[in-house]
Design a protein around this ligand. Structure first.
Ligand code: VG1
Ligand code: CO
Length: 545
């Protein structure tokens, strides 16, 4: 096998964000762009000679081209074997499951997740370690540094591998194993949940479910697991064939981009009792009851509170973890269970050390991500099956389960407001000015609301002691309400400002007040404190979830 050394020069801006490197397809298609980044990953690793790499993606535009490039470079880097999903498909949680099951050295996942796809859409790439989880900040920082000094990448000459059929091929001395992208993952999920009971629920004539795969990667998984192993009616899974451009939409399961599903569940004529959706790469979940969208923060709390009903977790939870902007609903459950609740920065990579150390069993983010120690990624279908397992045992609709939860624990009314595509300079100014005001806020009043504390969140990993600074501005009111501000680290155009709003309501007679109404005073405070309208020129958010 002859390794070819191709001279290269650095590109600026190859800095991984919240979850890997995400850029427009047009950026990734520039000569040597992908190669530089992949080489930087391989240069940052050590000891990969003869080892196994897992490779796959969400099937978006450019997936096929990138996979062939990476296969050749993996051969040049000395990997002994690559496990690649058939047709280059692997959902993010499935990739994590495969890495763990086959004790691979690591994995490369090609996805820009919930971002739109197609020739003018987004592409992304991230590296996962041998524990199956996203590489930590120390690793991604090292990769970034390497991209800034790269002068050569290594590849081999070899024709494209046909990935359409399960089997083995070779590139030089490296074996390419084309695997069923669903099998290992489905087997893992079956080991966690009461499939018999869920199948019983799905067979009931009065229970009808719809799963919207949003033309993204979960289609084949949902077909095989829900309609195949669990016997749900054919047609339960909609938009179930992955398309390179996701049918022109954003594969983002929120009330805006999954409006069709939400509307179907609000229409009593549809006969549907339960709805769910997942995102581009299959790690997010949306749970919808009849005329009721479950807030992801509530979902995490409900899953924790009901863990005893699910075989894999019936023995108890070691602890739970949530990202900082996620509502504190799960904290109340943890308190009652007498277990620890960790608060981490945004992004799944921060949960890995807690899961590895056995300190947390369930983790979640407000952005529709929930998961457990079964893999090291958030997992969309896992969350859907967890909910189905609870519904099957408790024999109640999803909305009743959430309402009962509020009765018991109180309700953390919660919403996120996103201002997308803001000019970067303006967004930076907004955050800078907000940060500058932090010292004067505690003890002051804004719009009549007394501010108790204000800071810029920083985190020290309790396992390895690593520190992450500037992870979002928090304003805490005297009544426990919170407003959090941060800029997105997954966008590819301008900046996205995320404003997270939370208010705790104990009184059950107030639980049905519409969310936006209940949060209106906080929305006004957020605008005033951060000068959102005046700096961005926007009248309101683009997406409310
Ligand atoms: C967003 C979410 C974050 C999530 C990340 C990756 O990041 O807020 O909670 O972990 O996306 O999710 P940001 O930096 O844009 O706020 V996924 O499903 O896009 O991989
Ligand atoms: Co995702």
């Amino acid at each position: 096998m002859k390794v070819i050394n191709v001279p290269s020069t650095p590109y600026s801006g190859q800095k991984p964000g919240t979850s890997g490197l995400r850029k427009k397809v047009t950026v990734f298609r520039q000569a040597r762009y992908l190669e530089n980044f992949v080489q930087a990953i391989f240069d940052t690793l050590s000891g990969q000679q003869g080892q196994t790499l897992v490779l796959g993606g969400d099937g978006r535009y450019y997936n096929d081209v990138a996979i062939q490039t990476i296969l050749r470079m993996a051969a040049a880097a000395g990997f002994g074997r690559v496990l690649v999903g058939r047709d280059g498909i692997l959902s993010t949680p499935a990739a994590s499951a495969v890495i763990r099951k086959w004790q691979a050295f690591g994995g490369i996942i090609l996805s820009a997740s919930h971002n739109e796809g197609g020739p003018n859409g987004d592409f992304g790439i991230k590296y996962n370690l041998g524990n199956g989880g996203p590489a930590n900040e120390a690793f991604t920082d090292a990769v970034y540094r390497r991209t800034q000094e790269i002068s050569v990448y290594h590849t081999v000459e070899s024709p494209d591998i046909d990935l359409a059929h399960i089997g083995e091929a070779a590139i030089g001395e490296m074996t390419v194993s084309i695997i069923d992208p669903v099998a290992d993952y489905a087997e893992l999920l079956e080991s966690l949940f009461d499939f018999e009971r869920i199948a019983g629920l799905l067979a009931r004539p009065d229970f009808r479910m719809r799963f919207d795969a949003m033309h993204a990667v979960t289609g084949p998984y949902a077909h095989a697991i829900l309609e195949g192993r669990l016997g749900a009616l054919a047609g339960t899974v909609v938009n179930g064939t992955p398309l390179p451009d996701f049918g022109g939409g954003h594969p983002d399961p929120n009330p805006v981009w999954a409006a069709e599903l939400v509307n179907a569940l609000a229409d009593s004529g549809s006969g549907l009792s339960f709805g769910a959706a997942s995102d581009g790469d299959g790690d997010r979940n949306m749970i919808v009851g009849r005329n009721f969208v479950v807030s992801p923060s509530d979902s995490l709390a409900v899953l924790a509170a009901n863990h005893a009903l699910v075989p894999a977790y019936a023995g108890g939870l070691a602890g739970v973890a949530r990202s900082m902007p996620t509502s504190c609903a799960v904290d109340r459950v943890a308190k009652e269970l007498g277990i620890a609740c960790y608060e981490t920065p945004t992004g799944w990579k921060y949960f890995g050390s807690l899961l590895d150390a056995g300190m947390a069993t369930l983790c979640g983010e407000e952005s529709a991500g929930t998961g457990s120690n079964h893999v090291r990624e958030k997992d969309g279908l896992w969350a859907v099956l967890y909910w189905l397992n609870i519904l099957a045992v408790r024999d109640m609709p999803a909305d009743v389960i959430v309402r009962e939860h509020w009765q018991r624990f109180g309700r953390n009314v919660y919403s996120r407001h996103d201002y997308e595509g803001i000019e970067t300079a303006r967004a930076d100014r907004l955050m800078d000015e907000l940060r500058a005001r932090l010292p004067e806020l505690p003890g002051s009043r804004c719009n009549g609301l007394p501010i108790a504390a204000a800071d810029d969140f920083s985190y020290t990993d309790p396992v390895d002691g690593s520190r992450s600074e500037r992870q979002g501005v928090r304003i805490l009111l005297e009544d426990g309400s919170r407003v959090v501000f941060r800029l997105s680290g997954t966008g590819t155009e301008g900046a996205t400002l995320r404003v997270y709003l939370e208010r705790y309501v104990a009184d059950p007679s107030l639980h049905e007040v519409p969310t936006q109404e209940a949060l209106a005073p906080l929305v006004a405070l957020a605008d005033r404190v951060a000068q959102i309208t005046s700096i961005t020129g926007r009248k309101g958010p683009d997406v409310i979830s």
